[in-house]
Write a protein that binds this ligand. Structure first.
Ligand code: AFP
Length: 315
Protein backbone atom coordinates (compact mmCIF):
# COMPACT_ATOMS: atom_id res chain seq x y z
CA UNK A 1 0.00 0.00 0.00
CA UNK A 2 1.33 3.47 -0.84
CA UNK A 3 1.02 6.23 1.75
CA UNK A 4 2.12 8.96 -0.66
CA UNK A 5 -0.47 9.01 -3.42
CA UNK A 6 -0.61 12.48 -4.95
CA UNK A 7 -3.59 14.51 -3.82
CA UNK A 8 -4.27 12.35 -0.79
CA UNK A 9 -3.14 13.40 2.66
CA UNK A 10 -2.75 10.49 5.02
CA UNK A 11 -1.90 10.24 8.64
CA UNK A 12 1.87 9.79 8.80
CA UNK A 13 3.11 6.66 10.54
CA UNK A 14 6.56 7.02 12.01
CA UNK A 15 9.15 4.28 12.37
CA UNK A 16 8.78 3.71 16.11
CA UNK A 17 5.00 3.40 15.88
CA UNK A 18 5.30 0.96 12.97
CA UNK A 19 7.85 -1.12 14.89
CA UNK A 20 5.53 -1.29 17.90
CA UNK A 21 2.80 -2.66 15.64
CA UNK A 22 5.10 -5.53 14.62
CA UNK A 23 4.82 -7.07 18.09
CA UNK A 24 8.60 -7.25 18.62
CA UNK A 25 10.41 -6.68 21.91
CA UNK A 26 11.29 -3.21 23.17
CA UNK A 27 15.05 -3.82 22.88
CA UNK A 28 14.79 -4.54 19.17
CA UNK A 29 12.58 -1.48 18.63
CA UNK A 30 15.13 0.63 20.49
CA UNK A 31 18.01 -0.80 18.45
CA UNK A 32 16.40 -0.09 15.07
CA UNK A 33 15.44 3.43 16.18
CA UNK A 34 19.01 4.07 17.35
CA UNK A 35 20.36 3.03 13.93
CA UNK A 36 17.81 5.34 12.31
CA UNK A 37 19.05 8.17 14.55
CA UNK A 38 22.68 7.44 13.66
CA UNK A 39 21.82 7.61 9.95
CA UNK A 40 20.93 11.30 10.37
CA UNK A 41 24.54 12.02 11.28
CA UNK A 42 25.82 9.78 8.47
CA UNK A 43 23.75 11.67 5.88
CA UNK A 44 25.15 14.91 7.25
CA UNK A 45 28.70 13.55 6.83
CA UNK A 46 27.89 12.38 3.28
CA UNK A 47 26.49 15.79 2.35
CA UNK A 48 29.21 17.98 3.81
CA UNK A 49 32.14 15.80 4.97
CA UNK A 50 35.72 15.48 3.79
CA UNK A 51 36.01 13.51 0.54
CA UNK A 52 39.65 12.58 1.07
CA UNK A 53 41.31 9.36 2.15
CA UNK A 54 41.75 8.46 5.83
CA UNK A 55 45.28 7.09 5.46
CA UNK A 56 44.23 3.69 6.84
CA UNK A 57 42.97 0.41 5.35
CA UNK A 58 40.18 -2.00 6.31
CA UNK A 59 40.27 -5.78 6.89
CA UNK A 60 40.17 -6.35 3.11
CA UNK A 61 43.28 -4.19 2.65
CA UNK A 62 41.21 -1.51 0.91
CA UNK A 63 42.10 2.14 1.42
CA UNK A 64 39.56 3.76 3.77
CA UNK A 65 38.04 7.12 2.98
CA UNK A 66 37.58 9.69 5.74
CA UNK A 67 33.83 9.19 5.23
CA UNK A 68 34.11 5.42 5.81
CA UNK A 69 35.91 6.00 9.10
CA UNK A 70 33.54 8.74 10.25
CA UNK A 71 30.37 6.80 9.36
CA UNK A 72 31.74 3.76 11.15
CA UNK A 73 32.47 5.82 14.25
CA UNK A 74 28.97 7.34 14.24
CA UNK A 75 27.28 3.95 14.10
CA UNK A 76 29.67 2.24 16.46
CA UNK A 77 29.19 4.86 19.21
CA UNK A 78 25.44 4.80 18.86
CA UNK A 79 25.33 0.99 19.00
CA UNK A 80 27.69 0.70 21.96
CA UNK A 81 25.71 3.26 23.97
CA UNK A 82 22.33 1.81 22.99
CA UNK A 83 22.47 -0.61 25.94
CA UNK A 84 20.92 -3.39 23.83
CA UNK A 85 23.95 -4.55 21.85
CA UNK A 86 26.55 -7.06 22.99
CA UNK A 87 28.70 -7.45 19.82
CA UNK A 88 29.29 -5.46 16.68
CA UNK A 89 31.30 -6.00 13.52
CA UNK A 90 31.60 -3.75 10.52
CA UNK A 91 33.26 -3.79 7.16
CA UNK A 92 35.59 -1.11 8.47
CA UNK A 93 36.72 -2.99 11.64
CA UNK A 94 39.38 -5.70 11.89
CA UNK A 95 37.58 -7.79 14.50
CA UNK A 96 34.38 -8.20 16.47
CA UNK A 97 33.94 -5.52 19.14
CA UNK A 98 32.35 -6.64 22.41
CA UNK A 99 30.16 -3.92 23.86
CA UNK A 100 28.74 -5.94 26.77
CA UNK A 101 29.86 -9.30 28.15
CA UNK A 102 26.32 -10.59 28.71
CA UNK A 103 24.22 -11.61 25.71
CA UNK A 104 20.89 -12.09 27.51
CA UNK A 105 18.16 -10.18 25.72
CA UNK A 106 20.79 -8.36 23.66
CA UNK A 107 21.69 -8.26 19.98
CA UNK A 108 24.72 -8.44 17.73
CA UNK A 109 24.97 -6.22 14.72
CA UNK A 110 26.93 -6.62 11.46
CA UNK A 111 26.98 -3.48 9.34
CA UNK A 112 28.53 -1.71 6.42
CA UNK A 113 28.46 1.94 7.52
CA UNK A 114 28.82 3.51 4.07
CA UNK A 115 28.54 1.05 1.23
CA UNK A 116 29.64 2.50 -2.10
CA UNK A 117 31.60 5.32 -0.42
CA UNK A 118 33.82 5.65 -3.51
CA UNK A 119 30.74 7.04 -5.31
CA UNK A 120 30.25 10.04 -3.01
CA UNK A 121 32.82 12.20 -4.84
CA UNK A 122 30.82 11.79 -8.07
CA UNK A 123 27.57 12.45 -6.19
CA UNK A 124 25.95 9.04 -6.72
CA UNK A 125 23.74 7.31 -4.17
CA UNK A 126 25.26 5.31 -1.28
CA UNK A 127 23.89 3.55 1.78
CA UNK A 128 24.23 1.88 5.18
CA UNK A 129 23.45 -1.85 5.44
CA UNK A 130 22.66 -3.61 8.75
CA UNK A 131 22.01 -7.21 9.87
CA UNK A 132 20.77 -7.93 13.40
CA UNK A 133 21.21 -11.23 15.31
CA UNK A 134 19.98 -12.30 18.71
CA UNK A 135 22.74 -13.07 21.23
CA UNK A 136 26.46 -12.71 20.69
CA UNK A 137 27.13 -14.97 17.69
CA UNK A 138 27.76 -13.13 14.44
CA UNK A 139 29.16 -16.10 12.55
CA UNK A 140 25.86 -17.87 11.93
CA UNK A 141 23.74 -18.28 8.79
CA UNK A 142 21.89 -15.14 7.77
CA UNK A 143 18.59 -16.99 8.08
CA UNK A 144 18.95 -16.63 11.85
CA UNK A 145 18.86 -12.83 11.64
CA UNK A 146 16.00 -11.25 13.53
CA UNK A 147 16.08 -8.11 11.45
CA UNK A 148 17.77 -6.39 8.53
CA UNK A 149 17.67 -2.89 7.15
CA UNK A 150 19.35 -0.39 4.89
CA UNK A 151 19.33 3.36 4.63
CA UNK A 152 19.71 4.85 1.18
CA UNK A 153 21.29 8.30 0.88
CA UNK A 154 20.01 9.41 -2.51
CA UNK A 155 18.11 12.48 -3.70
CA UNK A 156 15.85 11.46 -0.79
CA UNK A 157 16.83 9.46 2.28
CA UNK A 158 14.89 6.25 2.76
CA UNK A 159 15.03 3.45 5.31
CA UNK A 160 13.89 -0.06 4.45
CA UNK A 161 13.56 -2.67 7.19
CA UNK A 162 12.21 -6.10 7.97
CA UNK A 163 11.89 -7.97 11.26
CA UNK A 164 10.57 -11.05 9.47
CA UNK A 165 7.09 -9.60 8.92
CA UNK A 166 7.35 -8.11 5.46
CA UNK A 167 9.45 -5.29 4.07
CA UNK A 168 8.58 -1.68 4.75
CA UNK A 169 9.93 1.59 3.38
CA UNK A 170 10.18 4.87 5.26
CA UNK A 171 11.26 8.22 3.85
CA UNK A 172 12.92 11.03 5.77
CA UNK A 173 10.72 14.13 5.93
CA UNK A 174 11.68 17.80 6.38
CA UNK A 175 11.88 17.26 10.16
CA UNK A 176 14.34 14.38 9.64
CA UNK A 177 11.72 11.85 10.81
CA UNK A 178 11.24 8.57 8.99
CA UNK A 179 7.61 8.13 7.95
CA UNK A 180 6.04 5.15 6.25
CA UNK A 181 5.86 5.35 2.45
CA UNK A 182 5.40 1.71 1.37
CA UNK A 183 4.24 -1.23 3.44
CA UNK A 184 4.68 -4.93 2.58
CA UNK A 185 6.76 -4.40 -0.54
CA UNK A 186 6.36 -7.38 -2.88
CA UNK A 187 8.55 -8.69 -5.72
CA UNK A 188 7.11 -9.97 -9.01
CA UNK A 189 8.17 -13.53 -9.92
CA UNK A 190 10.25 -12.31 -12.90
CA UNK A 191 11.46 -8.98 -14.27
CA UNK A 192 13.07 -7.16 -17.16
CA UNK A 193 16.02 -5.36 -15.52
CA UNK A 194 19.44 -6.69 -14.67
CA UNK A 195 22.46 -5.30 -12.82
CA UNK A 196 25.57 -7.34 -13.68
CA UNK A 197 28.60 -6.49 -11.50
CA UNK A 198 32.23 -7.25 -12.30
CA UNK A 199 34.11 -7.18 -15.61
CA UNK A 200 32.33 -9.31 -18.23
CA UNK A 201 35.66 -10.48 -19.69
CA UNK A 202 36.32 -12.14 -16.31
CA UNK A 203 32.99 -14.04 -16.33
CA UNK A 204 32.86 -17.83 -16.75
CA UNK A 205 31.14 -19.11 -19.91
CA UNK A 206 28.06 -20.00 -17.84
CA UNK A 207 27.72 -16.48 -16.48
CA UNK A 208 28.33 -14.98 -19.91
CA UNK A 209 25.61 -17.19 -21.40
CA UNK A 210 23.21 -16.20 -18.63
CA UNK A 211 23.71 -12.47 -19.21
CA UNK A 212 23.27 -12.96 -22.98
CA UNK A 213 20.05 -14.85 -22.24
CA UNK A 214 18.79 -11.88 -20.18
CA UNK A 215 19.75 -9.43 -22.92
CA UNK A 216 18.06 -11.55 -25.62
CA UNK A 217 14.95 -11.60 -23.43
CA UNK A 218 14.89 -7.78 -23.62
CA UNK A 219 16.13 -7.13 -20.08
CA UNK A 220 17.41 -3.58 -19.53
CA UNK A 221 20.80 -2.85 -17.98
CA UNK A 222 20.55 -0.98 -14.66
CA UNK A 223 23.82 -0.76 -12.70
CA UNK A 224 24.87 2.18 -10.54
CA UNK A 225 27.95 0.72 -8.82
CA UNK A 226 26.25 1.06 -5.42
CA UNK A 227 24.71 -2.07 -3.92
CA UNK A 228 22.13 -0.18 -1.83
CA UNK A 229 20.63 1.90 -4.67
CA UNK A 230 20.76 -1.08 -7.03
CA UNK A 231 18.91 -3.33 -4.57
CA UNK A 232 16.52 -0.54 -3.63
CA UNK A 233 15.59 -0.11 -7.28
CA UNK A 234 14.83 -3.83 -7.57
CA UNK A 235 12.79 -3.92 -4.36
CA UNK A 236 10.79 -0.75 -4.97
CA UNK A 237 10.08 -1.53 -8.63
CA UNK A 238 9.36 -5.10 -7.57
CA UNK A 239 11.42 -6.55 -10.40
CA UNK A 240 14.97 -7.17 -11.56
CA UNK A 241 18.07 -9.19 -10.80
CA UNK A 242 21.41 -8.07 -9.38
CA UNK A 243 24.42 -10.34 -9.82
CA UNK A 244 28.04 -10.15 -8.82
CA UNK A 245 29.35 -13.54 -9.92
CA UNK A 246 32.59 -15.41 -9.34
CA UNK A 247 35.25 -13.85 -11.57
CA UNK A 248 38.24 -15.63 -13.12
CA UNK A 249 40.55 -13.86 -10.64
CA UNK A 250 38.00 -13.64 -7.77
CA UNK A 251 36.25 -17.00 -7.27
CA UNK A 252 34.14 -15.62 -4.39
CA UNK A 253 33.11 -12.48 -6.26
CA UNK A 254 33.39 -9.13 -4.49
CA UNK A 255 30.51 -8.65 -2.10
CA UNK A 256 30.75 -9.46 1.60
CA UNK A 257 28.47 -12.09 3.11
CA UNK A 258 27.99 -10.59 6.57
CA UNK A 259 27.93 -6.91 5.78
CA UNK A 260 26.25 -6.75 2.38
CA UNK A 261 24.68 -10.01 1.18
CA UNK A 262 22.91 -11.41 4.24
CA UNK A 263 20.90 -8.29 5.11
CA UNK A 264 19.86 -7.79 1.47
CA UNK A 265 19.02 -11.49 1.01
CA UNK A 266 16.85 -11.35 4.16
CA UNK A 267 14.95 -8.33 2.79
CA UNK A 268 14.54 -9.81 -0.71
CA UNK A 269 13.25 -13.14 0.64
CA UNK A 270 10.83 -11.27 2.90
CA UNK A 271 9.50 -9.50 -0.21
CA UNK A 272 9.01 -12.78 -2.08
CA UNK A 273 12.31 -12.65 -3.99
CA UNK A 274 15.38 -14.88 -3.66
CA UNK A 275 19.16 -14.77 -3.34
CA UNK A 276 21.64 -17.53 -4.15
CA UNK A 277 25.37 -17.98 -4.60
CA UNK A 278 24.54 -20.36 -7.45
CA UNK A 279 24.58 -23.49 -5.25
CA UNK A 280 22.53 -22.54 -2.21
CA UNK A 281 20.50 -19.69 -0.76
CA UNK A 282 22.73 -16.90 0.53
CA UNK A 283 20.93 -17.08 3.89
CA UNK A 284 21.97 -20.73 4.41
CA UNK A 285 25.72 -20.16 4.01
CA UNK A 286 27.55 -20.76 7.28
CA UNK A 287 30.14 -17.98 7.53
CA UNK A 288 33.69 -19.03 8.35
CA UNK A 289 35.02 -15.55 8.94
CA UNK A 290 34.03 -11.92 9.09
CA UNK A 291 35.67 -11.17 5.76
CA UNK A 292 33.90 -13.92 3.78
CA UNK A 293 32.72 -13.01 0.29
CA UNK A 294 30.31 -14.88 -1.97
CA UNK A 295 29.07 -14.72 -5.55
CA UNK A 296 25.48 -13.50 -5.61
CA UNK A 297 22.34 -13.57 -7.76
CA UNK A 298 19.55 -11.67 -6.02
CA UNK A 299 16.14 -10.44 -7.11
CA UNK A 300 13.02 -11.99 -8.67
CA UNK A 301 12.77 -15.64 -7.64
CA UNK A 302 12.30 -17.07 -11.16
CA UNK A 303 15.26 -15.07 -12.50
CA UNK A 304 17.44 -16.21 -9.59
CA UNK A 305 16.39 -19.84 -10.24
CA UNK A 306 17.23 -19.39 -13.93
CA UNK A 307 20.72 -18.12 -13.01
CA UNK A 308 21.28 -21.29 -10.96
CA UNK A 309 20.14 -23.42 -13.92
CA UNK A 310 22.72 -21.76 -16.20
CA UNK A 311 25.42 -22.24 -13.58
CA UNK A 312 24.71 -25.93 -12.92
CA UNK A 313 24.40 -26.70 -16.62
CA UNK A 314 20.70 -27.63 -16.73
CA UNK A 315 19.94 -24.71 -19.02
P1 AFP B 1 32.90 0.46 -2.54
O1 AFP B 1 32.28 0.55 -1.16
O2 AFP B 1 34.35 0.13 -2.52
O3 AFP B 1 32.57 1.66 -3.38
O4 AFP B 1 32.24 -0.83 -3.26
C1 AFP B 1 30.87 -0.86 -3.46
C2 AFP B 1 30.45 -2.27 -3.67
O5 AFP B 1 30.87 -3.07 -2.60
C3 AFP B 1 28.93 -2.38 -3.85
O6 AFP B 1 28.23 -1.31 -3.29
C4 AFP B 1 28.75 -2.44 -5.34
O7 AFP B 1 27.62 -3.20 -5.74
C5 AFP B 1 30.02 -3.07 -5.82
O8 AFP B 1 31.01 -2.79 -4.85
C6 AFP B 1 30.44 -2.52 -7.15
O9 AFP B 1 31.60 -3.14 -7.57
P2 AFP B 1 32.25 -2.79 -9.00
O10 AFP B 1 32.86 -1.42 -8.85
O11 AFP B 1 33.26 -3.87 -9.22
O12 AFP B 1 31.14 -2.80 -10.03
Amino acid sequence: MSYSEPGKTRFQIDLRRHLREQGICDNLIHLICEIAEASKYVINAVRTGDLGVAGTSNLYGEEQLALDVLSDRILRKRLIHSGVVCCIASEEMDEIFTAQATADGLYSVAYDPLDGSSLVDVNLAVGTIVGIYQGNDLLQPGRRMVGAMYILYGPRVSLVYSVGKGVHEFTMNQLMEYTLTRENVQMKPSGDMHSPGGLRKKYSDENERFVRYLEDRGSKLRYSGGFVPDINQILMKGKGLFMYPALKDAPDGKLRLLFELNPMAFLLEQAGGAATNGDMPILDIVPEGLDQRAPVYIGCREDVAKAAEFLNGTC
